[in-house]
Design a protein around this ligand. Structure first.
Ligand code: SF4
Length: 206
């Protein structure tokens, strides 16, 4: 039987994740011994407030604009700060690492990516949320329906699928569109406009 991991009560997780998106602290992910996000080739955005200039290896820090830098992975996809004993700078790790929560993919009902994200995908498929009540279950179904719509319509309109991370986050910002069960019968263009509007509303509320 495949592994099952307790992701916690859905509504409580959602509130914490939304707060994290709004910059009010990271989520409390029960990672255990998993280092999936440290071995999956993610470039890690580094903020000035991370104050890590003294510890990051220069050859792995790339400027993407005059004010923004990323820590790029080694060729094998592992983060240069990861050693056998774990993250060398765990107590000072970048805010991006603190905010990363692979349960968002489980919430959206999608994988984190292709084979390069296989460690994370395995974990994503193992997470199981519990539900405080029927409304929490409905909200989760709405998040998944939103992600499904974004993936299908995004692929159709842009000619390529949007990234799993952007699908998952957008589905959290705009799930209200699919809380109304009649949404499914609306023309796709109307649904897409409603998702964009809900996402803008979310961003403005930050
Ligand atoms: S800085 Fe540390 S926590 Fe962040 S990806 Fe690298 S090894 Fe993982």
């Amino acid at each position: 039987m495949s592994e099952v991991l307790q992701a916690g009560p859905f509504r409580a997780w959602l509130a914490q994740f939304v707060a994290s998106l709004r910059g009010h602290g990271g989520t409390d992910v029960p990672c255990g011994t998993c280092v999936g996000c440290c071995v999956s080739g993610y470039p890690v955005p580094i903020r000035a407030t991370d104050a890590l200039d003294d510890v990051l290896p220069r050859e792995y820090v790339v400027s993407v604009s005059s004010i923004s830098k990323v820590l790029v992975a080694r060729e094998d996809g592992t983060c240069p700060m990861l050693q056998q004993s774990g993250c060398l700078i765990y107590s000072r790790r970048p805010q991006t690492c603190r905010d990363y929560d692979c349960r968002v993919f489980a919430a959206a009902g999608i994988d984190a990516g292709g084979p390069e994200r296989s460690v994370i995908n395995e974990r994503v498929r193992a997470w199981r949320f519990t539900y405080e009540d029927e409304q929490a279950r409905r909200v989760h179904e709405a998040v998944k329906a939103t992600a499904r719509f974004i993936r299908e319509s995004g692929a159709a309109s842009a000619g390529q699928a949007p990234s799993p991370g952007s699908v998952a986050v957008l589905s959290i910002k705009a799930f209200e569109v699919f809380l109304d069960r009649s949404a499914i019968s609306r023309p796709p263009r109307e649904i897409a406009a409603a998702i964009v509007a809900a996402s803008k509303k979310f961003d403005l509320a930050i």
